[in-house]
Design a protein around this ligand. Structure first.
Ligand code: BGC
Length: 389
């Protein structure tokens, strides 16, 4: 039996600038990689996608997938406060045009985890005028978005609030928190930046605009319903609530975690865990989609990230089959899901680590030769059929 997806469903894969481009010298992640030598891996040349993006997109298109989600790098476009690089804007315009030329639908993310170093030095998201500064960048980004139909303002603001919250705790002289938590004050600043920038993108382009939220598919253990409600609000729901006026909301799902009376239960050690140490939970995507719908209401959903870090490509196919099944069940129950973008197109820089491989394509990091895995052709086949066998 085959099960079909809705007509016009977007099928694709995603990447982010810092994880694939290489030599992003002017952002805060590059800076961190230089001070944390020996503790984390550095991005270095990454996959040299800054120069090889056409090949990446060709491989994606040849597989049968037809949508490419990628991000543009703020630190390249605005290397100094208020100084915009026409050349770098031109670079990203060429990427968009390459996508059109290859028949791909580009989904453009304006901010994916990295910030220009100068933005951090002036107080980051907690500076009083952070939203204005972000909007000034977004206005410039809009000059290259002609023809783009899908724009994500900020990727996983809840994870940004978590990482920057941890940095804030450490800056106050405390050790790295063992239970990271999205800092709600930083979260509110990010919400303000989204609510200020999304209407600007709508007014300057014809794109549908939204943001993409990390969904942890939390489930309460017996009797922990109250704690669950409290945790879920600060982890996800405050960001989802801010998407109620958007044209779409991005669901990003990898795993699921229980919440007990003490809060989020860490993933138990298990040989079945993924290379991230996360529980193997193909069913997480269905839970995440349903939770998003419950909070956001009738805003269309795009799965903007879902995937697994594994060295075993068969397992990637098995995981993704489970995730797609959960997504189809949600669609059959009437939830408006418009697309599925796998994370990731390429084995890339996993934020300080190279070993968790999420890609549909392997990359030799010395020669930069790309080697498609079986999962790429498999997912492309589902895209062509627009159905799950
Ligand atoms: C991020 C990606 C990341 C992936 C796997 C998401 O949190 O948007 O940049 O590589 O999950 O950890």
């Amino acid at each position: 039996m085959t099960r079909a997806f809705p007509d016009g469903f977007l099928w694709g894969a995603a990447t982010a600038a810092h994880q694939v481009e290489g030599n992003n010298l002017n952002n805060d992640w590059w800076q961190l990689e230089q001070v944390a030598v020996g503790y984390i891996d550095a991005s270095g040349d990454a996959l040299d996608s800054y120069h090889r993006y056409r090949e990446d997109m060709q491989l994606l298109a040849a597989s049968g997938l037809s949508t490419y989600r990628f991000s543009i790098e703020w630190a390249r476009i605005e290397p100094l406060p208020g100084q915009f690089s026409r050349a770098e804007l031109g670079h990203y315009r060429r990427m968009i045009e390459t996508a059109f030329e290859l028949g791909l639908t580009p989904v453009v993310t304006l901010h994916h985890f990295t910030h220009p170093i100068w933005f951090g030095e002036r107080g980051g998201w907690l500076a009083e005028d952070a939203a204005e500064i972000f909007v000034r960048y977004v206005e410039q980004a809009c000059t290259i978005l002609d023809g783009v139909e899908w724009v994500c303002t900020i990727n996983e603001p809840n994870v940004v609030a978590m990482n920057h919250g941890a940095a804030r705790i450490m800056a106050a002289g405390n050790p790295y928190p063992t239970k990271p938590w999205p800092d709600p004050e930083i979260g509110r600043a990010l919400i303000a930046a989204h609510l200020a920038s999304a209407p600007v993108v709508r007014s300057l382009t014809k794109a549908k605009v939204g943001w993409t939220i990390a969904n942890q598919a939390f489930t309460p253990t017996d009797g922990a319903e109250e704690k669950y409600a409290e945790v879920v609000h600060e982890w996800e729901d405050m960001y989802l609530e801010a998407a109620r006026g958007d044209d779409f909301v991005g669901v990003q799902s990898y795993t699921s975690q229980p919440i007990d009376e003490n809060g989020v239960v860490p993933h138990p050690e298990d040989p079945g865990n993924t290379l991230m140490g996360w529980a193997y939970r193909p069913d997480a995507l269905g839970i995440a989609i349903r939770h998003t719908k419950d909070v956001v209401g009738d805003v269309p959903i795009v799965v903007t990230e879902n995937g697994i870090a594994t060295g075993d490509d068969e397992r990637r196919i098995e995981y993704t089959t489970g995730a797609l099944t959960g997504m189809l069940d949600a669609i059959d129950d009437g939830i408006d899901v418009r697309g599925y973008l796998h994370w990731s197109l390429l084995d890339n820089f996993e934020w300080g680590r190279w070993h968790p491989t999420f890609g549909l394509i392997a990359v030799d990091r010395e020669t930069f030769v790309r080697q498609p895995k079986a999962s790429l052709g498999w997912l492309g086949g589902i895209a062509r059929a627009n159905a799950l066998p």
